[in-house]
Design a protein around this ligand. Sequence first.
Ligand code: ADP
Length: 287
Amino acid sequence: MAKNSSQGWDVPAVEAVRVTPDTRVSGVDTRGTPGFVGDKELGEKLLEERGAYLSSLQEKLYANGRSEHEHRSVLLVLQGMDTAGKGGMVRHVIGHVDPQGVDHASFGVPTAEEKRHHYLWRIRKALPRNGQIGVFDRSHYEDVLVVRVHNLVPPAEWEPRYDEINHFERELVDAGTTLVKVAMFVSLDEQKERLAERLDRPDKHWKYNPGDVTERGYWPKYQEAYQAMLDRTSTDYAPWHVVPCDRKWYSRLAVTELLIDALERLDLDWPPANFDIEVEKARLAQS
Ligand code: ADP
């Protein structure tokens, strides 16, 4: 179990990918490995080692959730264009931890029932329980991304959502949830290759959606919407991280580090026994 995170990094992941006021979506080097100076081989080795450490931290969070009344949870928010690798992130990063401790939710086109409610209604229902790691594969941010790009509601309706989302996230943080927001970027070329692979391989046809090709034509509008999202909803209490995703091994390692950082900041101890250990030892010996 590798507790030391410095191997391979010259800048900690959490600093290297955190959004700053200067972050430009159009300037993201999607093949880059910010902060990491090792190669793919080291990256893959570290992913396993640090994944094991992540798992031990998650167990502590879970143990505290079982015995503490004060709410503590971590919510990983994954936003990215199709093929950025959201599903792989769940399998290869979250896959390291005990599934019992994970509250996973994905958000597609709203159902008829969801459309009858405020856009945060389905989000609130899916928030992580005490002691859990929540994972959002897409999120409330779709309501300022796809909705804005395609004018699904008029600007007067989506415009106030940035402030509303900040307010909502402030509430979550105040109630004990640590948010880890990750914007995943692949280049148009890399996306084309990944879509081509889906077309070539029968085991990937199920992942192919003709609509994904249509969306490629909206790339500049998506970039604009992502920029506005980062500019307006990266706060000190819930900052965004921009993770280049052309190299999957890097993006998975970087997100593992972001989760480790969030869990370490909770500074959790194992919950104390709520029984008399000596009495129980004696009882067990006599049983
Ligand atoms: P995926 O493509 O991630 O496998 P789905 O096909 O189930 O998942 O749904 C994703 C689609 O749902 C995306 O095209 C996304 O833009 C769309 N979507 C998600 N949230 C909303 C929303 N609030 N309004 C409109 N479309 C949405």
